[in-house]
Design a protein around this ligand. Structure first.
Ligand SMILES: Nc1ncnc2c1ncn2[C@@H]1O[C@H](COP(=O)(O)OP(=O)(O)O)[C@@H](O)[C@H]1O
Ligand SMILES: O=P(O)(O)OC[C@H]1O[C@](O)(COP(=O)(O)O)[C@@H](O)[C@@H]1O
Ligand SMILES: [Mg+2]
Length: 343
């Protein structure tokens, strides 16, 4: 059995740990062979692979990024895309199964290929933790930890200058990173895509905190839309796939807080720092278990399925479950955090 692994979509810490977990379990338990498709579906479509012997996964659990590279190539596009071409390409390479490690976009492609009869299984990946089928995805815990560390630092300099500090974190459609890092760092307001909040309310929270002698910390997810706006604020053009490139709401929120409160306010956009570097211990364990679990899916020929975390168990679910809408922050979780905002 030769398994081809690929990583696709945005990267996140833990991808390499998945690769290591899969390769070690596959080689040690079943004597399988592994190759990696380079740059996501591009490597599949173009037949661009590298060997992954056991020696090449040494020390990989603690390494950020992905040794395979990633891209946003659509496996159905181009003259070599689509199930018939891909089926021929993997046969030529002697690959018996494809393991797609990616988010909802990647898994949508994986599902279409599996539906067309290809031997495809998956591992869920999202730094935003917005996939429905799994309680957590690797990378999220690392992002929350990085954001928490950054906010701890913002708070000491904020305190020195009696300023309001704004931190913009990732979260295109959901506010999990903002909610968790904000709660962890003791934020005085957390603004997430799921909840429209008027800027006057944000200003009121900030003023209350400032009046009791603290330096306010406001955490805003990049996909937050203030009440009164129709769509997400973006001024950075479009991605290659047509989505707006987000980032910029922190600057807007900062300017509005300063205007409405008169308090000196500074913005910090954490950006891709949240996705870089070594995964936390939690993420290494989760990613390793996902990698090992997906090899068992291959062993059992459970095409069209992926691994997921339910409680503390790694389980098997259909791709459809992961594609059934985004896992957003429930209102109750936001209201719970809100008790800590303002005064
Ligand atoms: N329905 C689909 N069928 C085939 N490919 C898809 C589909 N949806 C998305 N993709 C491909 O998967 C790529 C990765 O998806 P993207 O949303 O960028 O990352 P992620 O996998 O992290 O969600 C997209 O750029 C696109 O080329
Ligand atoms: O700069 P890139 O690679 O497009 O990534 C930025 C986007 O990726 C995200 O982190 C989402 O990534 P996931 O697919 O891992 O959930 C968004 O929060 C952010 O808008
Ligand atoms: Mg996506």
């Amino acid at each position: 059995m030769k398994i081809g692994l690929l990583t696709s979509g945005g990267d996140c810490p833990g991808l390499n740990a998945v690769i290591r977990g899969a390769v070690l379990h596959g080689i040690k338990s079943y004597d399988y062979e592994f190759v990696g498709f380079l740059d996501g579906w591009r490597g599949v479509v173009e037949g661009d692979v590298m060997e992954i012997p056991r020696t090449s996964v040494r020390g990989l659990a603690r390494q950020g990024g992905t040794i395979l590279g990633t891209s946003r190539t659509n496996p159905f596009d181009g003259p070599n895309g689509g199930p018939e071409n891909i089926s021929r390409t993997i046969k030529e390479l002697g690959v018996d199964a494809i393991v797609a490690i990616g988010g909802e976009g990647t898994l949508a492609g994986a599902k279409r290929l599996a539906d067309a009869g290809l031997p495809v299984v998956g591992v869920p990946k999202t730094i935003d933790n917005d996939l429905q089928a799994t309680d957590y995805t690797f990378g999220f815990d690392t992002a929350v930890q990085i954001a928490t560390d950054a906010m701890d630092r913002l708070r000491t300099t904020g305190d020195s200058h009696h300023r309001c500090m704004v931190a913009e974190v990732m979260g295109r459609h959901v506010g999990w990173i903002a909610l968790h890092s904000g709660m962890s760092a003791g934020a005085h307001a957390v603004l997430i895509p799921e909840q429209r909040v008027p800027m006057e309310q944000v200003a009121a929270w900030v003023s209350e905190v400032h009046e009791r002698g603290r330096s306010p910390l406001v955490v805003v997810a990049e996909g937050f839309i203030p009440e009164g706006f129709d769509e997400v604020l973006h001024d950075k053009g479009l991605e290659a796939d047509g989505r707006p490139r987000l980032g910029g709401i922190g600057e807007y929120v900062t300017a509005e807080i300063a205007r409405l409160t008169g308090i000196e306010t500074r913005n910090t956009t954490l950006g891709h720092i949240q996705r870089g570097g070594a995964p936390t211990g939690f993420d290494r364990v989760l990613a390793t278990r996902f990698g090992m679990g997906v090899v068992d899916l291959v062993r059992d020929g459970e095409w069209g399925k992926m691994v997921a975390l339910r409680g503390t168990d790694v389980v098997r679910v259909d791709f459809t479950e992961a594609l059934d809408g985004l896992k957003s922050v429930p209102e109750a979780r936001y209201n719970e955090a809100k008790v800590l905002f303002g005064r």
